[in-house]
Design a protein around this ligand. Structure first.
Ligand SMILES: Nc1ncnc2c1ncn2[C@@H]1O[C@H](COP(=O)(O)OP(=O)(O)OP(=O)(O)O)[C@@H](O)[C@H]1O
Ligand SMILES: [Mg+2]
Length: 258
């Protein structure tokens, strides 16, 4: 049985039975190390590396479907608890892990210093697989890099609140979004986080997401050239403007956490 996935934007992915074949990404060697480490320590929510050659990689199939960017069908706050906990387990599983010397990973622009863990860097609804009511895993580990827990969570809050301008597809107000961020952070466990300046970090994370596509797309890095052509990344500018407009709402909510 074979199925071509059309919900990704960067790579060609095909399912063949209990495996998926994906174009080998630029930083695959580092990704493979991380996925093998996660398998070794028993993290249950990442695909296993089954095979790879110079063009393709084969991963275990994670059963289910990905969640839409607008969280359609998955807006219940219970999901924030699940996602927060699953991210925390992943980060704890990476504690103390180092990539082999000389490993290459994506250079995220504007990333603050600090490299306590390996970040997935795209823990979004569209990289989260669910089977009905069950979470089955995080996929798309191609953009990992050294980073901090807060750097990863800035992205997760952006995508799971989500911090987007309120409108027809995004019914939540800034107040709702701020509360949803707080719920995700609480599920993760704020004991492990430094949240001072977190609104600024979210803003920086949004800026990095736009600029990385501009920079790597212009260099024709596979995947990023496709993203640049879609122009999808430019919505990050609108998200930044929305965050700036409602900055005090987010700050107020985060202040309650400390
Ligand atoms: N291990 C897996 N198990 C199940 N489905 C998968 C797996 N890997 C990929 N897929 C499916 O293929 C799609 C595209 O894969 P993936 O997210 O890895 O690629 P991408 O093009 O880099 O995506 P993105 O646009 O998020 O950057 C996913 O949205 C999912 O539907
Ligand atoms: Mg994806």
């Amino acid at each position: 049985m074979s199925e071509v996935f059309s919900d990704g934007n960067m790579a060609d992915v095909v399912r063949i039975g209990d495996r998926v074949r994906k174009q080998r990404g630029t930083w695959w060697t580092a990704t493979e190390c991380v996925l093998n480490h996660l398998e070794h320590v028993g993290y249950a929510w990442s695909p296993r590396v089954m095979d790879a050659d110079e063009d393709w990689v084969e991963l275990s199939y994670v059963p289910g479907r990905t969640i839409e960017a607008d969280l359609s069908g998955y807006r219940d706050e219970r999901w924030l608890d699940i996602i927060g906990r699953r991210i925390r387990e992943y980060h704890d599983a990476m504690e103390g892990f180092r990539l082999p010397k000389g490993s290459e990973t994506v250079a995220w622009p504007h990333q603050p210093s600090g490299d306590t863990i390996i970040c997935h860097n795209d823990l979004s609804p569209w990289n989260t697989v669910v089977n009905g009511d069950s979470f089955t895993g995080f996929i798309d580990w191609d953009l990992i890099s050294h980073g901090t827990r807060e750097w990863e969570l800035a992205w997760a809050c952006w995508r799971w609140a989500p911090i987007y301008p309120q409108g027809e597809r995004i019914p939540s107000s800034a107040e709702d979004q701020a509360r949803r961020c707080a719920r995700l952070l609480t599920a993760y466990g704020i004991d492990a986080l430094v949240l001072e300046g977190f609104v600024d970090l979210i803003d920086t994370r949004m800026r990095a997401a736009v600029d990385v596509v501009e920079i790597l797309g212009a260099e024709s890095v596979p995947g990023f050239d496709r993203l640049l052509a879609t122009g999808m990344h430019l919505s990050g500018h609108d998200d930044r403007a929305w965050l700036t407009e409602h900055r005090s709402t987010f700050e107020h909510e985060f202040a309650k956490l400390s």
